[in-house]
Ligand binder design. Structure first.
Ligand SMILES: Cc1ncc(COP(=O)(O)O)c(C=O)c1O
Length: 487
């Protein structure tokens, strides 16, 4: 068919039955992968032949469905490995099969959730409403479903910045306003990135020392705020972390709320994964004070096991949130009539105009599982990590490098026979070898300068036996590597 003859609906299947059969094949392959999620290798490097196959010219002619299905399903085994119970790296949620249901409906709707009056907007509002209730934010608080905590943090920090400058920053920029903010040195790098992107510069985000428990040092914070005021700076943002990325430490949120109120500073809580512990009646008391934050950023895709990507920002002062983002040209005016009704629109609360229907998978996931089951899975993860900490302490060749908090344990292989200076390289090599062998996938970080094997569990599939397999692998690999090299 010549280009000029392309029929209306050119991208619709010519044979719907063949399309549906292909969809079933894809679905079966996806379900088979998830049914086997607890078996096999954790991570398999992408094979050279598949990488070579990807390296192809821009397709001019399309494929038949069978060929397309083959190209799609061949990718399935080569993910990062986070669906496997022995994926312990970084902070990756494991996801859950139920997401497939929502993703199919979402794909069929193809909703653009920047605004307008359609059902997806109401679903998103309901998810935000549930979040407000989970974290005891007032009805006047606003929220948005976003790609993740990094984006949520940018939105929160921009709202704080603009409110601090009476919203003149939206037109005039920040100029020489000397805005400064505060987080602990253990805070996630997304906060400094937000300061960078908002034109404040990363140096305007003061890194306050942490205590021995890796929580923000409140006395040092007070000293820095007073010093900054004396030097003519304008403190406007105070970030606490609910579960730091290195050790899952929880800053004293109540104390931070009090300091923020006294100093008239915006208080922000980074609860990327830790805030999800609010769903556990056992753990929720440890998050006390989170309900007093001016803004909260957290992810559904980490400890709530919604598939990537889905995060949330909640902002106590919903008016300020809207004033920080609302700016509609004529063609986007909400006139309250028909499809242009449904005010306010999500575009009034964030930087994206076109946005997908992320809220659907979150809504469906919460309907499917409820917070009770999710909270129980989180508490079980914490119990496993606490047990891991005890096993590490009981083993003569292992060393616990930080107190165990929530779901993260930092350890290293450190037999007394080895020199301390050799341990960083050795532990880096242990982690790489265990990952390469497909046995488990911890990651690394540094604790007080020492290279740590970092074990994070945000995985509803992980069991005690997985912890034992990991520990055996660390010790066996440590023995092998240290005996085989000149240390
Ligand atoms: C404490 C903390 N904050 C922020 C982030 C960034 O979240 P995201 O990757 O969803 O943008 C992470 C990621 O691990 C985190 O652990």
């Amino acid at each position: 068919m010549r280009e000029t003859e392309v029929a209306t609906g050119a991208l619709d299947p010519k044979d719907w039955a063949a399309f549906e059969a292909s969809l079933h094949k894809v679905l079966s392959a996806a379900v088979d992968k998830l049914k086997a999620a607890e078996t096999g290798r954790v991570w398999t490097p992408p094979p050279e032949d598949i990488k070579a196959q990807l390296h192809a010219p821009l397709p001019v002619k399309g494929l038949e469905y069978d060929a397309l299905v083959a190209q799609l399903t061949v990718l399935l085994p080569y993910g990062v490995g986070n669906t496997h119970p022995r994926f312990f790296g970084w902070v990756h949620g494991s996801g859950s099969p139920g997401n497939l249901l929502a993703e199919i409906i979402g794909a069929a709707m193809n909703a653009n959730c920047g605004g307008r009056d359609h059902i997806a907007i109401y679903v998103e509002r309901q998810v935000v409403e549930w979040c407000r209730s989970l974290f005891q934010f007032p009805d006047s608080a606003s929220g948005l479903i976003v790609s993740g905590t990094s984006m949520a943090t940018i939105i929160a920090a921009k709202t704080a910045r603009d409110r601090a400058l009476d919203f003149t920053s939206r037109t005039d920029g920040v100029g020489d306003t000397k805005l400064v903010g505060y987080v602990s040195e253990q805070a996630h790098s997304c906060l400094a990135r937000a300061f960078d992107m908002l034109g404040l510069g990363t140096q305007a985000l003061r890194k306050i020392p942490a205590t021995a428990g890796f929580e923000i040092d409140l006395a040092a914070l007070q000293v820095q705020i007073s010093r900054d005021r004396a030097d003519g700076f304008h403190p406007f943002f105070l970030g606490g972390t609910v579960g730091t990325v290195n050790t899952a430490a929880i800053d004293d949120l109540k104390a931070l709320a009090e300091i923020a109120e006294r100093e008239q500073i915006w208080s922000h809580a980074d609860g990327a994964f830790g805030a999800c512990a609010m769903t556990s009646s056992e753990l929720a008391p440890r998050l006390s004070g989170i309900e007093r934050a001016d803004s909260l950023a957290f992810d559904f895709h980490k400890w709530m096991h919604v598939n990537y990507d889905a995060g949330c920002v909640l902002i106590r002062d919903g008016d300020a949130h809207r004033r920080a983002f609302a700016a509609r040209p004529d063609y986007l005016a909400a006139n309250g009539v028909a499809l242009a009704g449904g005010d306010p629109w999500p575009v009034d609360f964030g930087p994206e105009l076109s946005r997908g229907f992320r809220a659907l998978k979150v809504w469906s996931h919460l309907l499917e599982h409820g917070t009770e089951k999710i909270g129980r899975a989180i508490a079980e993860n914490c119990a496993l990590v606490s047990g891991l900490g005890e096993k590490v302490q009981a083993h003569p060749d292992l060393e616990l490098l930080a107190p165990v908090s929530l779901n993260i344990c930092c350890l290293r292989y450190a037999p007394a026979s080895l020199k301390r200076a050799q341990l960083d390289d050795l532990n880096t090599a242990i982690v790489a070898q265990i990952q390469n062998e497909g046995i488990a996938a911890p990651s690394t970080t540094r604790i007080d300068g020492a290279l740590a094997i970092r074990v994070n569990i945000t995985n509803h599939r992980t069991r005690e036996e997985d912890i034992d397999i990991l520990l055996d692998a660390i010790i066996r690999t440590g023995v092998d590597l240290s005996s085989g090299r000149s240390l």
